[in-house]
Write a protein that binds this ligand. Structure first.
Ligand SMILES: [Zn+2]
Ligand SMILES: [Zn+2]
Ligand SMILES: [Zn+2]
Ligand SMILES: [Zn+2]
Length: 358
């Protein structure tokens, strides 16, 4: 993630870069601008080696995943990752979001050297290009994309042959929402009818986190004392371990709340090689929980997605909902090239503790 290196001297930076959402013009979120963004369709970096079905199916419900967000995060000093973008996809079925279960997510990494087949050597100009084509439907490499979700989709409409989809499911959704009115129409230049499969689209902008001014330890110690020890029916040992567990969890949660309080709108925290900010003491990823990259290198923490993002996604329903406490993304420490393909990386889902005391 790009950040301006001009923080004033009076600010103490923590090394974490925070992500916030802002509105943007559609062209600012196209791939040539190397955007970080949430929602809409993915802006694919490399135009070859994209992930596709059946790899993009949710492991729980077996429906195609949808695009959640992407983070442009080049690694300075490495030619192969001069351009580098991480993509997070997630399932749109609320019932798949079970506790501390990452099976309804996938993360991919794409990277390119500065000299590559798809983008100019020099940085893009900050103005709308004269002709940006329609990269959400057809990549310049010839890869056809699904008109609903923006992931690779080769299956054409059998009547008009002018639209393509990744799956029967997405063709059906798009037919009902839009295409049945346009399939036989002559000018099928097609309107951008709102598409209920996509999340609302935002630009992800960043700024460095600065250190809170004072009162570093005060909250943590207070919360430790709020443990209820009244029940006499429990054995002493059981009670002890419960109290210990609760106080630990409360401590972690208080630390989380305190750390984000100065910037409550943050939706993402980026710190490659740093440590995640956990929301609970339960289901914390250990080194052994994070699988190595197929290249043999370890994977390190790179960024986390915050629960605040949910407020922007319009996913709330009374019964069940797409939900998380936090999502931690771990990536290859070598940022290896896997034969110019998008590389699968690792995501960890942590939910809030069920008995959050505070
Ligand atoms: Zn699912
Ligand atoms: Zn699709
Ligand atoms: Zn058609
Ligand atoms: Zn690797």
């Amino acid at each position: 993630m790009m950040m301006a290196g001009d923080a004033s001297e009076s600010e103490r930076e923590t090394g974490v870069v925070l992500g916030f959402l802002e509105e943007a013009e559609p062209w600012q979120l196209l791939s040539a601008q190397f955007p970080s963004k949430v929602g809409g369709k993915p802006a694919w970096l490399s135009r070859l080696g994209l992930p596709e079905l059946p790899e993009l199916l949710c492991e729980k419900c077996q429906l195609p995943l949808g695009f959640l967000l992407q983070v442009y995060a080049p690694i300075v000093g490495f030619e192969r990752s001069f351009h580098r973008t991480l993509y997070v996809l997630c399932c749109r079925t609320p019932a798949c979001y079970t506790r501390n279960d990452n099976r309804c997510f996938k993360v991919y990494r794409s990277q390119l050297p500065r000299k590559n087949d798809f983008y100019p050597y020099d940085p893009p100009r900050d103005e709308e290009p004269a002709d940006s084509g329609d990269e959400h439907r057809l990549l310049s490499s010839g890869v056809k994309l699904c008109w609903l979700c923006g992931c690779p989709g080769q299956k054409g409409c059998s009547r008009c042959h002018s639209v393509t989809y990744c799956s029967k499911e997405h063709q059906t959704i798009d037919w009902k929402q839009r295409h049945k009115n346009e399939c036989s129409a002559e000018a099928s230049s097609s309107s951008e009818v709102p598409n209920s499969f996509l999340f609302p689209e935002w630009e992800l902008v960043t700024e460095p986190e600065t250190h809170p001014v004072k009162g570093e330890e005060s909250l943590d110690s207070k919360c430790l004392e709020q443990v209820d020890c009244a029940s006499s029916e429990l054995e002493e040992k059981e009670l002890e371990s419960m109290a210990h567990h609760e106080s630990q969890d409360s401590k972690v949660f208080q630390k989380f709340k305190k750390r984000i309080a100065p910037e409550p709108e943050q939706v993402l925290r980026y710190c490659r090689g740093g440590a995640p900010l956990w929301v609970s003491s339960e289901h914390v990823a250990s080194t052994a929980d994070v699988p190595k990259c197929p290249c043999g290198a370890n994977r390190n923490f790179e960024f986390q997605i915050m629960p605040q993002l949910l407020n922007y996604l319009k996913v709330d329903r009374p019964d069940a909902s797409i939900d998380w406490g936090m999502l931690a993304i771990y990536t290859c420490t070598d940022s290896c090239d896997q034969g110019n393909k998008y590389s699968l990386e690792f995501i960890w889902k942590q939910d809030f503790s069920e008995d959050q005391p505070c």
